[in-house]
Ligand binder design. Structure first.
Ligand code: HEC
Length: 101
């Protein structure tokens, strides 16, 4: 793989991640970037799925717990929430909470 290709892939990853900086992406805890496929990080994207960027991290943790137990009905989040441990969810929530909207 040559350098141009590596730069191209890095640029594409940044575009996918919206306006998160390279440093923020490098700090992303395991699993965090899997959420952004549905929960857009780009303000310009019109989406029905609520954004996680800049949200109170305790609220994200509470919502994930509610989805996991089925207390809050969901289409996809129950399955997704079940795939993450409490510590993983806390790290993901803290990362999203620290991003600027
Ligand atoms: C396949 C798309 C998809 C992925 C991937 C996804 N979500 Fe969701 N998320 C949704 C949808 C759709 C909802 C609305 C509830 C539902 O129907 O499941 C939602 C709702 C939420 C909510 C509640 C937001 C609110 O304001 O009510 C939180 C918090 C959340 N997701 C966190 C996450 C986290 C953290 C991840 C990554 C680990 C993630 N989601 C990955 C689609 C997704």
């Amino acid at each position: 793989m040559n350098a141009t290709r590596i730069v191209g892939i890095a640029a594409f990853a940044l575009i996918l991640a919206g306006h998160a900086s390279a440093a923020e992406l490098a700090d992303a805890p395991p699993g965090a970037l899997s959420c952004s496929g549905c929960h857009s990080t780009a303000p310009a994207v019109d989406t029905a799925v609520p954004r996680l960027i800049g949200r109170n991290s305790a609220d994200i943790v509470a919502a994930m717990q509610a989805f996991k137990t089925g207390r809050v009905p969901s289409t996809v989040m129950e399955r997704i929430a079940k795939g993450f441990s409490e510590d993983e969810v806390k790290a993901i929530a803290a990362w999203y909470g620290a991003q600027k909207d």
